[in-house]
Design a protein around this ligand. Structure first.
Ligand code: SF4
Ligand code: SF4
Length: 56
C-alpha cells in the first residue's frame, strides 16, 4: 500500500517538502510517489490544493 497522485495534480509542488520520507518526486513535470518509500502517513494529503493525493 502507498499513497498515489492522480491526474488532478496541478503540479504546484507543495507536497514534496511535506513528505517526511522524501517519497514524492517530480520528473518531466509530473509528480509521483515512490511506493517503496511511502509509509502511508498521510501528511501529503492535506498539503494538496486539488485533492490529488489519496491512499491507493
Ligand atoms: S503518505 Fe506520507 S510517506 Fe507517503 S508520500 Fe505522503 S507524506 Fe510521504
Ligand atoms: S500538492 Fe497536489 S497539486 Fe501540488 S504537486 Fe503535490 S499532488 Fe500535485
Amino acid at each position: 500500500m502507498a499513497h498515489k497522485i492522480s491526474d488532478a495534480c496541478a503540479g504546484c509542488g507543495s507536497c514534496v517538502g511535506d513528505c517526511p520520507n522524501e517519497a514524492i518526486s517530480e520528473s518531466g513535470g509530473k509528480y509521483q510517489i515512490d511506493p517503496e518509500k511511502c509509509v502511508d502517513c498521510g501528511a501529503c494529503v492535506a498539503s494538496c490544493p486539488t485533492e490529488a493525493i489519496a491512499p491507493e
